[in-house]
Design a protein around this ligand. Structure first.
Ligand code: NAD
Ligand code: MG
Length: 405
């Protein structure tokens, strides 16, 4: 796919089999690091498999899981020969694991050292916690995990020797800028936002945007839920909360700026006023590779090399919170803390599903989030049960407001 100006490739998540991955397409080295890819049939999962197919000297795919999409999963199994395959829903072929527990089975295997969590939504939480409890590295794309249970997830990592390494491009950028520096040297994080397909639209037009318009992201090709989140800017709220928990920076020192070209993936300002940024064409393969190798870097000839002339002018705009209320609501939920981010996330997931299913107009997404946040009684979410209770309540309430239950 091309960006609207046709200058550069957007994130390609085509179904083309990864180079060299077919039968006989190159086995992994015997001492290669075992990787589980959760959500392997999705946008992140497929990008991860492209990276892993090129890096067989260092990594080997030992587990794959998906929700359904059996045929796509079968093609991946034929290409990578993983020891474990899990499919959450549908008839799992003989030898595959079925049901939701296959996620925990996959991540706790002794031959898995790194878990790429490419699951969308709250469904990724249990597997993230189980992987961290088992002391694994989690290359985390599933930002909803950190939003709904940031304290629990980061504490589990600290206490159990697990490690969370972000895949999200903005957080990968921040990590690349801060690695090797003292946390006290960091003054401010500035996350960039493409602004989504509606970044120049007026508020009334945005409220009535169609599903096709919302799914037409200008710079990234991603799964449907995150693409809608990018159009409402709820995605940026989720990312501000994610950044807070990943890097321990207070909310008043984390900002967002619209950068329509998606070339600069984020900025870090240090206490002396110096600012570092990480740049590249928008493609998730690079942050996925970095999450696998951090803090090392590995040569990879499949990554599109940067060209400043092809990138063209880089521009910045303020975020229009009055047109994109979901952003302000999410930021407020982050600052409120406790169960509020989990409630924000759950209400958003339900409202986005209703929008994608044609049961709610675009503008209703933020309205439902706001109504559910207003009604909530904020609680502590120190345990997984408390997180899930807040999540369940918010889902039910959002469903009621949308007339789905
Ligand atoms: P996607 O919809 O393309 O893929 C989701 C994957 O999760 C699929 O493989 C699906 O089978 C699996 N899945 C869905 N529901 C599940 C369930 N209940 N149990 C188990 N597996 C389930 O989504 P995506 O765009 O790849 O996004 C995945 C995550 O990565 C999201 O949290 C998103 O915010 C984040 N992310 C994505 C991108 C991107 O470029 N796509 C960039 C940054 C962050
Ligand atoms: Mg992002």
């Amino acid at each position: 796919m091309s960006a609207p100006d046709g200058r550069r490739p957007a994130h390609d998540t085509s179904d083309a089999p990864p180079a060299g991955s077919g039968p006989g397409g190159g086995a992994s080295a015997p001492d290669a690091i075992g990787v589980a890819v959760l959500g392997s049939t999705g946008s992140i999962g497929r990008s991860a498999l492209k990276v892993l197919a090129r890096q067989r000297e260092r990594f080997r795919v030992v587990a794959l899981t998906a929700f359904d999409q059996r045929e796509r999963l079968e093609a991946q199994v034929a290409a990578f020969h993983p020891a474990f395959v899990g499919m959450v829903r549908g008839d799992a072929p003989h030898g595959w694991s079925g049901g939701a527990q296959c996620l925990v089975e996959a991540v706790t295997r002794p031959d898995v050292r790194i878990v790429v969590n490419g699951i969308v939504g709250a469904a990724g939480l249990e597997a993230t916690l189980a992987a961290l409890q088992a002391g694994k590295r989690v290359a985390l794309a599933n930002k909803e995990t950190l939003v709904m249970a940031g304290e629990l997830v980061t504490r589990t990592a600290r206490e159990c020797g697990g490690e969370i390494v972000p895949v999200d491009s903005e957080h990968s950028a921040v990590l690349q800028c801060v690695t090797g520096r003292a946390a006290t040297a960091v003054e401010r994080l500035i996350l960039t936002a493409s602004g989504g397909p509606f970044h120049a639209w007026d508020a009334e037009r945005v409220r009535h945007a169609t599903v096709a318009e919302a799914l037409n992201h200008p710079t990234w090709r991603m799964g449907r839920k995150i693409t809608v989140d990018s159009a409402t800017l709820a995605n940026k709220a989720l990312e501000l909360i994610e950044a807070h928990f990943l890097f321990g920076v207070p909310y008043e020192r984390i900002e967002a700026v619209v950068h329509p070209q998606s070339i600069i993936h984020s900025f870090v300002e240090f206490v002396d006023g110096s600012v570092l940024a990480q740049l590249g064409f928008p493609n998730m393969e690079l942050p996925i590779l970095y999450a696998l190798t951090h803090p090392e870097r590995l040569a990879d000839d499949g990554i599109t090399r940067f060209d400043p002339l092809a990138a063209g002018p880089l521009t910045f705009e303020p975020v229009r919170t009055e047109v994109f209320p979901a952003l302000g609501l999410g930021m407020r939920a982050g600052r409120t803390g406790g169960s509020a981010p989990a409630v924000f996330n759950a209400a958003n997931e339900v409202a986005v599903a209703a929008f994608l299913g044609g049961r709610a107009p675009f503008g209703r997404i933020a309205e439902v989030i706001e109504a559910v946040l207003e009604e909530q009684v904020v609680t502590d979410v120190a345990s997984v049960e408390a997180v899930l209770a807040a999540d369940t309540w918010a889902r039910r309430r959002a469903g009621e407001l949308l007339g789905c239950s």
